[in-house]
Write a protein that binds this ligand. Structure first.
Ligand code: HEC
Length: 122
């Protein structure tokens, strides 16, 4: 357990605290969740594709096909529609998410994946 873990934990706590301001507690279901692709990505995709979209290094050992979204060949080949189709139906070892995500969420995710790949992360 290194210092990085402690800092990361601190960030999570800070984010949770900041996010809680103004929120109700208890059984109130609250307002409908807005489509927030970054949140969905972090929850459902980052464990394989990595937070930066390069593919989680551990996952790559077992699933070498995991795409690096920064790969220019991927960016050139994959249209938003094509990406949405893969998210919906799956491909090879990529699981299908069509049953768990609405179409607007899948479309938002496909745009997010493209932006993630174009951003030139570290
Ligand atoms: C269990 C690990 C895993 C998870 C979770 C996962 N993927 Fe994938 N993903 C893969 C693998 C493996 C591939 C490569 C598939 C292939 O081409 O064989 C892939 C490929 C892709 C591709 C590229 C498709 C192409 O045409 O090249 C996109 C886009 C993608 N995933 C998006 C997502 C999104 C968005 C999520 C979250 C909703 C997600 N993935 C969750 C493993 C995963």
């Amino acid at each position: 357990m290194g210092r990085g873990v402690a800092i990361w934990f601190g960030l999570v706590v800070a984010a949770a605290t900041a996010g809680g301001v103004g929120c109700t507690t208890g059984d109130d279901p609250g307002p409908a969740m807005p489509v927030e692709p970054a949140v969905i990505y972090a929850q459902m995709c980052a464990r394989c594709h990595g937070a930066d979209g390069r593919g989680d290094p551990e996952i790559r050992k077992t699933l070498p096909a995991v795409r690096d979204f920064h790969d220019p060949a991927f960016q050139a080949r994959a249209s938003n529609d094509e990406i949405a189709r893969v998210i919906m139906a799956g491909k090879g070892q990529m699981p299908a998410f069509g049953a768990g995500l609405s179409v607007p969420k899948i479309q938002a995710l496909s745009g997010y994946v493209r932006r993630l790949g174009l951003r030139g992360a570290p």
